[in-house]
Design a protein around this ligand. Structure first.
Ligand SMILES: *[C@@H]1O[C@H](CO)[C@@H](O)[C@H](O)[C@H]1NC(C)=O
Ligand SMILES: *[C@@H]1O[C@H](CO)[C@@H](O)[C@H](O)[C@H]1NC(C)=O
Length: 258
């Protein structure tokens, strides 16, 4: 009789202590999940991540050195003049054909909220508007208003689940391909579509930060999406179009996990 009486208070304290620590544990779990969803700032020194079919080009001493090199191309006055004059209509027409094709395949519609990543002077944004996708904008390190606003594709300046459609032909300029893709998947709505134009069979320009040799690394990087299309294209030196669709159940899954 006495023994059970002395045991039950201890059991009570045990229960109380569990109830007190449970919220703390849940809070810790939540924070670790948040940290996983929002990656910490980029390291200053460039770590070389190598995989068979995706190679990061060596030679950048810091993130700033990389950005300076990218700015050097984007700000090159000769290139900018060419982009906005001789290239302007020709490129818009080619982009418009790509986007028309994506509309026919129901991967893009007039109602899509669309983003072009690394859009330079925004020929692809203008092409989207011309085919009827009026809610379109581009980002690049240097803005070109009103088509292109300032933004680093390693840290997109947008909230989660903002866009229905994202297009980019500058994957090769990503020093951190994993962050490039993570940011796309973060800002795409569930069910949203990402279209990449990449070069698989020849090397891109001297400003590239990585070299891609197959679509396999992309499939690996797009963790929250499914590859829905691959085809050969002729897109200004880029030969392959790869289309991913973010899991339509993505936000439900995230809610259950957290
Ligand atoms: C950037 O471009 C200028 C010429 O426009 C050149 O003199 C300079 O060396 C370049 N810097 C880098 C880091 O490539
Ligand atoms: C989309 O917009 C284009 C250009 O404004 C227009 O010609 C086309 O009919 C629109 N399509 C739909 C399905 O509304």
């Amino acid at each position: 009789m006495k023994a059970t009486q002395s045991k039950s208070p201890i059991f009570k304290y045990f229960l109380i202590s569990i109830f007190l620590t449970l919220p703390l544990l849940l809070l810790l779990l939540l924070f670790s999940l948040k940290a996983a969803v929002h990656p910490p700032p980029l390291p200053q020194n460039v770590a070389l991540s190598e995989s068979e079919d995706l190679r990061i080009r060596p030679g950048y001493s810091s993130y700033d050195a990389y950005i300076q090199r990218q700015l050097n191309k984007t700000l090159n006055p000769k290139l900018r003049t060419t982009w906005t004059t001789r290239d302007w209509d020709r490129k818009i027409q080619v982009f418009a054909k790509f986007f028309d094709d994506l509309k026919r395949k129901k991967l893009l519609s007039n109602e899509s909220k669309a983003l072009c990543i690394g859009a330079r002077v925004g020929q692809e944004v203008e092409a989207l508007k011309r085919v009827g996708v009026s809610d379109s904008v581009g980002i690049d390190l240097v803005p070109y208003p009103p088509l292109v606003i300032e933004g680093d594709f390693h840290r997109q300046p947008f909230d989660d689940e903002t866009f229905d459609f994202e297009f980019s032909n500058v994957f090769d300029h990503a020093l951190y391909p994993d962050k490039f893709v993570m940011e796309i998947e973060r800002t795409l709505k569930p069910g949203g579509v990402c279209v990449l134009h990449v070069a698989l069979s020849k090397r891109a320009d001297k400003y590239s930060a990585n070299d891609l040799f197959s679509v396999k690394p992309l499939v690996k990087l797009f963790k929250r999406s499914e590859m829905v299309r691959v085809r050969k294209v002729d897109g200004f030196g880029l030969d392959t179009e790869v289309v991913f669709r973010k899991n339509p159940l993505d936000s439900i899954l995230v809610t259950i996990v957290s």
